[in-house]
Write a protein that binds this ligand. Structure first.
Ligand code: A3P
Length: 288
């Protein structure tokens, strides 16, 4: 399939047609945010599905019903995807959602509401590796080619949701004040209870230590991998084929070390550094 058949270009950003349409994007633009809505914004392959597990539990005080009865894509829908229109009326407030959109493509009502955002960032080297394997299992995305070829596409932003650096820049330059909280995938892997406590405080929840431990257990990589509502085993293999590469693949920090050559590392680092050279923020990981 050609790139035109796979993607639609939305303000210059590529989105897979399988899950997005002009109608779904219009629906997102016209969407009326409520003040108590919560959106986890995540560049693809940085922990979106993890947040679809975490958010309902933090918001509802650890009731496992949603993660055991509703598939992740309907439980915490993507703002920009086709399913939102289908499930929106079933979402109970406070409504958890996810989005891969860059900040400037968020709908007007989001900007004027008091809805809160948790922005999850992951080391781009691991994002790229995760995305490379995801392209092998996702029937609605192009073949990634060789690792080297995919690295070029990733660095040029010729992948879904565009350049990683553009996404991060857009969300670092918001005027959302205390409506936005930043967290890294790495913090979540290293100390999930601490990450959950931060999210709980940010969302005005007063979760007991027992509840934090319960959520930690049910949002672990292993538990999620066994949860049919979260591991995409319910999706036909023609769309997502877990036999080619599982969606919940490794769930670790630093898998890039198993895949990057020293030349690839030098190139990757220099392109990301250059893209961010004029920025006032620093990345939470060393890219040396
Ligand atoms: P890997 O491919 O490196 O394993 P997204 O949901 O944004 O597409 O991100 C997918 C990545 O998040 C995958 O990374 C997946 O394994 C990881 N992930 C999902 N749930 C996780 C969890 N509970 N713990 C650690 N990593 C998790």
């Amino acid at each position: 399939m050609s790139s035109e058949e796979i993607y639609l270009s939305y303000h210059g950003v590529l989105l897979p047609k399988e899950t997005h349409s002009l109608e779904s994007l219009r629906f997102a633009q016209d969407f009326t945010f409520k003040d108590d809505d919560v959106v986890a914004v995540v560049y693809p392959k940085s922990g979106t599905v993890w947040m679809q597990e975490i958010l309902p539990l933090v918001l509802n005080g650890g009731d496992l019903t949603p993660i055991h009865t509703v598939p992740n894509w309907d439980r915490v829908p993507w703002l920009e995807e086709k399913r939102l229109e289908v499930v929106v009326d079933k979402l109970a407030s406070p409504r958890p959602m996810v989005s891969h959109l860059p900040y400037h493509l968020m709908p007007p009502s989001f900007l004027t509401s008091k809805a809160k955002v948790i922005y999850v960032m992951r080391n781009p080297r691991d994002v790229m590796v995760s995305s490379y394997f995801f392209h092998q299992m996702a029937g609605f995305l192009p073949d990634p080619g060789t690792f080297d070829e995919f690295m070029n596409s990733f660095l040029e932003g010729k992948v879904m949701f565009g350049k990683w650096t553009d996404h991060v820049k857009s969300w670092k330059h918001t005027e959302l004040g205390d409506r936005i909280m930043y967290i890294t995938y790495e913090e979540m892997v290293q100390d999930l209870p601490a990450a959950l406590r931060r999210m709980s405080d940010f969302l005005g929840r007063d979760l007991s230590e027992e509840t934090i431990q319960k959520i930690t257990e049910h949002c672990s990589f292993k538990t999620m991998k066994d949860n049919v509502m979260s591991n995409f085993s319910l999706v036909p293999k023609v769309y997502l084929d877990n036999d080619k590469s599982p969606f919940l693949r490794k769930g670790v920090i630093g898998d890039w070390k198993n895949h990057f050559s020293s030349e690839q590392l030098a190139k990757f680092t220099s392109v990301i550094d250059k893209d961010l050279e004029k920025e006032s923020f620093t990345l939470p990981w060393s890219l040396d």
